[in-house]
Design a protein around this ligand. Structure first.
Ligand code: SF4
Ligand code: SF4
Length: 382
């Protein structure tokens, strides 16, 4: 006999507080499941997830890959006859999942709560101000310049140790948090199942292909512009990762310090990626604003990530332009602000909405390994 379902109203309240305030409006008509193009016939969502959310069935929600297989396109929210905003409710559950899986959980709670915003930024601000203090810039030490007298950030804050050490520590922290979070999530997803290791490698490869082509996003209908915006941001991040790797190669292997000529490949890839990042984020904001009435404007959690990424792009360009214009203090201030934004993006990636890329990828791998996608494939082929 099946165990009786025990509602957890406290958890339902947590979902409401996390941004799912409309969940009580759902009357289980299933329109959302019908309009969702990502929902397979044999394991449909998000109607059942709305029911789980109303009853506060935490375990059923957290161990359910559909929460992350939802790409938050908003089709269901746009067509829900009751205004129950299933897309937003699933977004709220994802936020709680990040708090549950990414350690330390208090950090994920801080990232999700505007009360702690200043505290999150305070740490890197104090860190970099501390570095400037140790270098003596607050006590009269002159800032060294490049060999031709140009303004050079590599002289202002030499990479070793002032940049490399804090950023490697931030990246290491993020990797450990992601590793522990994904391991816990994977164990929850696969409990009681046996998946073949060889198949999983193939599923990881297929998932990477899906992500690079944004195949799932393309299935969304109401907010089509989101695919282009997301792709721009994705490839901008890939470009910026290539830029950083090349810059490290110059610095560590070739012993060549920045600033590099504007025509150097590092500058070209970096600038093109930076422009793509800003355009992509502005496009995301424009899409959200345009569809706000039907799809919802998004939560503080969504907007925090948008602001941080836009902050990284804008301060990066300001630092470059102000350096080229040799504006002295203004250039140094914008460079330090840029470092603060990048540090915040990296360090809190496992606890912010940025974590979606890792948890969603994990759910996609699981869905392929558990053959949950077969139904969608059959539908597409038909
Ligand atoms: S969320 Fe809306 S569309 Fe979906 S089942 Fe509930 S009322 Fe129907
Ligand atoms: S937001 Fe989009 S992907 Fe998510 S459940 Fe709704 S229709 Fe499906």
């Amino acid at each position: 006999m099946d165990k009786p379902v025990k509602p957890d109203l406290q958890f339902a309240k947590e979902i409401i507080k996390a941004g799912g305030e409309s969940l009580k409006k759902c009357y289980q008509c299933s329109t959302c499941t019908v309009v969702c193009n990502l929902s397979p016939d044999d394991k449909p969502f998000p109607r059942k997830e709305m029911l789980y959310a109303q009853w506060g069935l935490k375990e059923k929600l957290f161990k359910n890959p559909d929460i992350w297989l939802c790409h938050h396109c908003g089709d269901c929210t746009a067509y829900c006859p009751r205004g129950a905003k299933p897309g937003e409710v699933l977004g709220a559950v994802r936020k709680l999942m990040i708090q549950n899986y990414s350690p330390p959980s208090f950090l994920a709670k801080w990232v999700a709560d505007p009360k702690y915003l200043l505290l999150l930024f305070l740490f890197p601000v104090l860190l970099f101000l501390g570095e400037l203090y140790l270098l003596g810039y607050f006590t009269g030490t002159e800032i060294p310049r490049g060999e031709h007298g140009e303004l050079a950030y590599s002289k202002f804050l030499p990479a070793v140790p002032w940049i490399d050490v804090p950023f490697m520590a931030a990246a290491g922290f993020a990797v450990i948090c992601f590793y522990l979070g994904v391991k816990k999530y994977w164990l929850d997803l696969t409990s009681g199942m046996e998946l073949k290791r060889k198949d999983i490698y193939n599923c990881i490869y297929e998932t990477i292909k899906d992500i690079l082509l944004h195949k799932k996003f393309q299935l969304c209908t109401f907010n089509k512009g989101r695919t282009t915006a997301h792709l721009l941001v994705l490839y901008a991040f890939i470009g910026l990762a290539i830029t950083t790797s090349l810059a490290m190669f110059y610095e560590w292997v070739l012993k060549w310090e920045s600033p590099y000529p504007q025509t150097n490949i590092v500058k070209i890839i970096g600038n093109v990626s930076g422009i793509a990042l800003i355009i992509g984020m502005l496009y995301i904001i424009a899409n959200r604003s345009k569809n706000a009435i039907k799809q919802g404007i998004g939560s503080y959690f969504d907007w925090l990530l948008i602001t941080i990424i836009l902050g990284v792009g804008i301060t990066g360009f300001m630092a470059e332009l102000l350096r080229l214009a040799d504006t002295g203090t203004l250039a140094y201030a914008s460079y330090v602000t840029h470092l603060v934004f990048v540090f915040v993006l990296f360090t809190y990636a496992p606890h912010s909405k940025m974590a979606h890329m890792v948890y969603r990828a994990t759910a996609m791998v699981f869905a392929k390994a558990a053959m949950r996608e077969e139904a969608i494939k059959k539908e597409e082929a038909a």
